[in-house]
Design a binder for this molecule. Structure first.
Ligand code: FE2
Length: 335
């Protein structure tokens, strides 16, 4: 049964897509694979006039393309970068980008760029700040923006809102779209010990325009969003749940490390068809089983190989871990 949902801000359902990566350029230009659409990292192309831009324009003539950014820094207190926004706008027009997305995060402050997607304190002050900036960005770009839920590893001491509530209110107040990264939901649910099914059920499904899928690294005590492998079954289960709620939206696989041949990446996202079909029943949503993330206080030999430091969890649902300086914890001794 497909729920009746509004039209996702008017954006289309593009099907199952793949993130465009440099290692696949030659293959794509040679074979024009039967993939539904591509997502590109905006920053890889906005300043390029060379081969990357040429390849993108060739691809954009044959496939739908959407732009996914990592530099908007919507949560920062730095002023919005209108030079960057103008570049986004120009490229979006040039390649007929179906939509433009970025992340609920901040990437730097005082003019410094950490090149990390850093979490924001989830509270009323941040919500008002982010909503105002989204509205400005949307007015400038002349189109609704999509913001993605990040994967995170720490929680601010002054958090007062669960992430799903923050996202829902942000989307409604700013009148923007959501890019639901199902793998990020799973990763954060392990790291923060919350119910990923509740997270997905709580989002305004009519505002979910796109889903992301990816692999991650399970370090035993925590998970890291590494995008270096296949999608695990619990993430597929969550994806199937999101599919039932949204009625199906454009879905993209991200694979950014240890990238295999294009066909392997493409086949991975095509698994979505089987997962959706196998879970497409008329059962009430609340009856659908969702794989519960494994206990958070696990240890494995993998843990010592993981790059991000570990903070123990309380084990209580909804419990929060506080750190005095989350940014330093994440990125080391920033200058
Ligand atoms: Fe993502």
């Amino acid at each position: 049964m497909t729920p009746s949902v509004p039209s996702r801000l008017g954006y289309p359902h593009l099907g199952l897509g793949v993130g465009l990566r440099t290692v696949h350029f030659s293959h794509i230009l040679r074979t024009w694979p039967a993939v539904d659409w591509f997502e590109v990292i905006s920053e890889n192309f906005i300043d390029s006039q060379g081969r990357p831009r040429y390849v993108l324009e060739q691809i954009a003539e044959r496939y739908p393309v959407v732009m996914h950014g990592v530099s908007l820094s919507i949560g920062s207190t730095d002023p919005l970068d209108f030079e960057y926004l103008q570049k986004l706008k120009s490229l979006a027009r040039r390649v007929n980008a179906r939509w433009v997305s970025d992340h609920l995060c901040w990437t730097g402050v005082a003019g410094r760029n950490t090149h990390d997607l850093l979490p924001v304190p989830l509270n009323e002050a941040t919500l008002a700040h982010v909503v105002e900036r989204i509205r400005i960005v949307q007015d400038f770009l002349e189109r609704p923006l999509l913001l993605e839920n990040p994967s995170s590893y720490v929680t601010f001491a002054n958090q007062t809102l669960p992430e799903w509530e923050f996202l829902a209110r942000m989307a409604d107040d700013a009148d923007c779209g959501l890019l639901l990264d199902v793998n990020n939901v799973y990763v954060s649910s392990v790291n923060h010990d919350f119910d990923p099914a509740l997270y997905i059920d709580s989002l305004p499904c009519e505002r979910v325009v796109q889903c992301h899928l990816a692999g991650h690294t399970d370090c035993g005590t925590h998970c890291i969003d590494t995008h270096d492998g296949t999608v695990i079954d619990p993430v597929w289960e969550l994806y199937a749940r999101a599919h039932r709620l949204t009625g199906g939206v454009s879905t993209l696989l991200e694979w950014d490390a240890k990238i295999p041949e294009f066909d392997v990446v493409h086949q991975e996202v095509l698994k979505a068809k089987q997962w959706v079909a196998s879970r497409d029943t008329s059962c009430a949503l609340s009856d659908q089983p969702v794989v519960t993330p494994p206990p958070v206080n696990r240890r494995s030999a993998q843990a010592d190989r993981c790059a991000v430091g570990h903070r123990p969890h309380s084990g209580r649902p909804g419990a929060r871990e506080s750190v005095s300086n989350p940014v330093a914890f994440l990125v080391g001794d920033a200058e």
